[in-house]
Design a protein around this ligand. Sequence first.
Ligand SMILES: Nc1nc2c(ncn2[C@@H]2O[C@H](COP(=O)(O)OP(=O)(O)OP(=O)(O)O)[C@@H](O)[C@H]2O)c(=O)[nH]1
Ligand SMILES: [Mg+2]
Length: 609
Amino acid sequence: MNRLGGGRTAPSAACRVVTGVTRLGCYWCQRRTPRPSPTCQGSLTSRFQITSSRIEDDDFALGPGRWTIDPTKVARLERRKQREKNKPRAQVPFKDRVKIKTRGGSGGKGSISFHSLGSYKKRPCGGHGGKGGDVYLITDSQLSSLKLERHHYFGQDGGNGGKNGRNGRNGNDLHVRVPCGVVVRRVLDWDELDVMYGDNLDDNDGQFEGLESEAEDDERSEGEDEQDESFDSFDPAQSEQDFEEYYEALQSSKKHRKQSSEVEIDKELVNSGVRADDGMYHWSSSDLEMASTAYGLDDGDESRMSRHAVFVADLDQPNTRVLVAGGGKGGVGNQAYASRHYFSGMAANAAKKAAPGPGELSYLELELKLIADAGLVGFPNAGKSSLLSAMSRATPKIASYPFTTLHPLVGTVQYNDGFNVVMADVPGLIDGAAEGRGKGYVQGLCSITDDLFFSRDSSNLPRMEFLRHIERTKALVYIVDAAGVDGRCPVNDLRILGKELREYGSSGVFHPEDETEVERNSGDDEIRRRRIEIMNRPSLILANKMDLIPKEDTVVGRREEILYELSQAADEVGIACASDDILGISAGVSGEGLQILSKKLRSAVEGAK
Ligand SMILES: Nc1nc2c(ncn2[C@@H]2O[C@H](COP(=O)(O)OP(=O)(O)OP(=O)(O)O)[C@@H](O)[C@H]2O)c(=O)[nH]1
Ligand SMILES: [Mg+2]
């Protein structure tokens, strides 16, 4: 094969891609400098720098004893490559709610095998299966969107046990990267609630494997403890009796486990609703009761039941992880019974226990609540995105039409001493936002309301969901268009913004019945508190587009007048803001007032700590 991938034949369809070729040689003899020879009639006509370009057959003009590449085609390829290089990097599409399915890897099978040689002949020697890999969610501060690669995440299966006591390898754990600020909820499905409440526990195949494998573990350790038993004192009759007792005990323990399945919901353990040490999820009985009364267990509406979700974790710190689906336990190899059931027939009963445990399956709802230090709140076209792009390295879309920004975006304001303020730009608010009016993120909301897993009523107006992205901010930055480019009055705008946020904070969008009992008592409580205190946060008020108001206005002191009126309006609606925190700026044109703004922003964020 030569560099063109063609050997001494003409380039074929299978060998068209030329990768990493820096210089073309003679097609026939591959020499850089073709020499006339009896075997080579070729001559080099052009030299090009080509990397990972696609060369078509018809690029080769094979003349008598000569070949060439169409230079215009190569130049075109080069230009295309350059264009692609200069293209702005595609932004990861924003998503703040996602539903995923996770399953831990299955355990490996336990092996049933017997020694075939020497004094150990026929003695059981099957190794145990390896444990299945777990699935974790781990936070990554580099990510800002919940746009995940897949919707299904499975841990690796454990390896099977082998002969001669070789245990299977454990499956690898899987870490799913999510941005910071993700609230994880686990969807309770019909089956799970049925198991908790229903009488038909025997029909629930596979519900108790976890428990069985725990018992297997106990027995495994028992078996291992007893491995020192002397084989000289082995009595087959006694052994048979032992085995019967053992089998009976096993059966009764299984029965017991099934009967006592409700004991699994340990009332003491359950307060947090997160995974307990035994690897199982526990829910508070009140939570389950709430589910049963809310949806009615007997009405047979499975889809409605499946919407009940339980709070699992609030991942608000970077590099924290939570186990969402545990791997199955490995099957027990028959070496565990080596001492107890010496005869192959008896040990072969171990085959029942050699089956591996399945990995845990869980359906999760992930909800991203951006964690920003400051949130930008303003009407469409006020200049929020312009301000974010002027103060940080974020590249939001800026345009003169309203609702340019349809999903939240964060940027970082960097200070010389290393201090950072993360600022969130959210879609523009309008009058009635707290009741659900507005355009921001409507596409996302439609998909959410259609979603089986969310208990939102699609007949209602879509809520201003993106406001929850400013729930976790420490400070708020209100921004109004001081020049009134769209014919708006900045002072009136501020009044409306204050009113909408107040409504959102106190009742409005906030629906306590959406919260589960566990959520109310755990991490999300903090969010509720913050939400209610939304108006008490340190705030700045910015009058943007000051460049459009001349300093020497015909109306004397027009700029000062606007700032004064804004401070009056802030007092009226109860925005926590001192008079010197009301600034005139020009975010998109002259950049005036941005320096003082960065200082004020820092002190507001620091003051809120
Ligand atoms: N004259 C002037 N125009 C500005 C200034 N800041 C922003 N603009 C213009 O105002 C228009 C809207 O700016 P954006 O930053 O997209 O406004 P926004 O608040 O993000 O708007 P939405 O995303 O639609 O909510 C753009 O045409 C900007 O060029 C400014 O300081 N002076
Ligand atoms: Mg915008």
